[in-house]
Design a protein around this ligand. Structure first.
Ligand code: CO
Length: 489
């Protein structure tokens, strides 16, 4: 560890943290004029990030931030200058609720329409809130939400252009998950984008999609798998797409009766195993299933094949952080939640066994690796992490973990800073340790957000771009080396 633990403040200010969960209603575009440090001249391109921007509608709070409307931020870095723009995705629900100034849709995580349970009963129509990830692939900027179609956006202005169906390969009403991976060298020898979708039920259908660089779906397969599935992310290797079927059950009655949201009707089953499903990417064999101890995973760091085994590194919780009806997410009791920790799962496909070992005990989330290492043996995983060694608490540091030794290096923003997902920007032609992390950091005392640029070799900040305002805590983002014309304010 580079920073001695005695130098890190051990307390965070809860009220300062909670301020990061306020809506940002204004849509803005401006040059960032407050830059600490120096933007590296070779760091050119656009950081897009997505997250719930609107956390109340007509004065009523959403029940969970995952129910908040998707707002895209674009930070353009060009010739040492930086430009900020934010804009809401004009989903059908956003437009209708904005016009009505009240909640018209039920949210997956418990947001209800006015009028009590009888106004919500048997209303299973979901609002495609487009709030989870934004990718730039095949010349298209796409806002993703895992239970519905992507929204296509103008990359220069962030204006919403409509739903994306990939030349009809995606059917109306079909889903396209929010966690695609870019395989740097797919089966055709070129980079490809791999993504999935789930159609839930008593058993579920798992669809796997692979898109070429033109953005067309070129490989597609689907499998019916027994049991209920709540799968947010997956992992890829050269030969496999790997899914962790967390042990949860869905109780449809309170959802159908309007008393609870779908996300509140899911119960963790600690006595049941986690099932690991390996889908052969060539589609030539049936999925293989292995079992391991119960745990809950939202995000995977990476996976690779070595010596006939498959290794998967994932942020695993001992239990599912449940969504309690009627609770306010700003009052979350961190001390009562299990921390997410980085584990390695070693899958022996011959013996059908799974060994697991802890790589990082510190509470962490949002792992990312060098894009050239996706699906391949690698050394470093980067993520947001807690400042303290044990317990669950807000993410206040960016941490680099050497997954071969467990050695960690930390860049801390405690006590006032709260970090979001880091996005890895590689140096062109560089090694695994050559690049920068970009992350949105909310300062709870200044009540403003900033975009930080951290050198991954040393894990030291090289620049910090102060925005004029706060940006609510977000989810995922991507970087493209392209600079889009027309970004001038
Ligand atoms: Co995610």
């Amino acid at each position: 560890m580079v920073v001695a633990s005695s130098q890190i403040p051990t307390q965070y200010d809860r009220a300062a943290w909670a301020k990061g969960y306020r809506s940002l209603d204004e849509e803005q575009a401006y040059w960032i004029d407050e830059i600490e440090g120096t933007l590296p001249a070779e760091l050119t391109g656009t950081l897009f990030r997505n997250g719930p921007g609107k956390l109340e509608i007509g004065g009523t709070s959403v029940q969970h931030p995952f129910d908040g409307d998707g707002m895209i931020c674009a930070i353009t870095l060009d010739k040492g200058r930086a430009h900020f723009r934010n804009r809401y995705v004009r989903t059908e629900g956003y437009v209708a609720e904005k016009a009505a100034n009240k909640i018209l849709y039920r949210g997956v995580f418990g947001t209800a329409r006015e009028g009590g349970w009888w106004r919500n009963a048997f209303d299973t129509k979901l609002k495609n809130i487009a709030n989870t990830q934004v990718i730039y692939w095949g010349g298209k900027l796409l806002a993703l939400w895992e239970a519905a179609e992507p929204h296509r956006l103008d990359p220069a202005t962030l204006e919403t252009q409509g739903l994306e169906y990939f030349n009809g390969k995606l059917k109306p009403g079909a889903a396209f998950a929010a966690h695609p991976w870019i395989d740097p060298q797919g089966p055709d020898g070129e980079a490809c984008l791999v993504n999935f979708s789930i159609q839930a039920g008593l058993s579920f259908t798992l669809n796997l999609y692979e898109l070429n660089q033109a953005g067309d779906i070129v490989r597609q397969q689907d499998h019916v798998i027994p049991g209920f599935a709540f799968i947010h992310d997956f992992a890829i290797t050269k030969n496999y797409a790997i899914f962790f079927q967390n042990p949860v059950k869905f109780n449809p009655l309170p959802f159908l009766l309007g008393a609870k949201g779908a996300g509140e009707s899911i119960d963790f089953e600690p006595e049941k195993p986690t099932r690991i499903i390996l889908v052969a990417r060539d589609g030539k064999s049936k999925p293989q299933v292995l079992e391991t101890k119960a745990g809950f995973i939202f995000h995977h760091s990476n996976a690779f094949e070595k010596d006939g085994k498959v290794f998967v590194d994932s942020i695993c919780y001992a239990s599912l952080p449940s969504v309690e009806p009627g609770s306010d997410f700003r009052d979350v009791n961190f001390g009562r939640l299990d921390p997410g920790q980085l584990w390695r799962f070693e899958l022996d496909l011959e013996a059908k066994t799974v060994d697991r070992s802890l790589l990082e005990a510190r509470c962490c989330e949002f792992p990312v690796v060098h894009p050239d290492r996706v699906g391949r043996e690698y050394q470093y995983s980067y993520m947001g992490a807690a400042v303290e060694i044990a317990g669950n608490m807000p993410l206040q540091t960016l941490v680099k973990v050497d997954v071969t030794t467990g050695q960690e290096t930390i860049c801390s923003y405690a006590p006032n800073g709260f970090v979001n997902e880091p996005v890895f920007v590689p140096k062109p032609g560089g090694a695994e340790e050559d690049g920068w992390l970009l992350s949105m950091v909310f300062d709870g005392v200044r009540d403003r957000s900033s975009v930080v640029v951290v050198d991954v070799k040393t894990m030291t900040q090289v620049a910090r771009l102060w925005l004029k305002h706060h940006v609510p805590y977000g989810l995922h983002g991507t970087f493209t080396p392209e600079v889009f014309k027309g970004f001038d304010a």
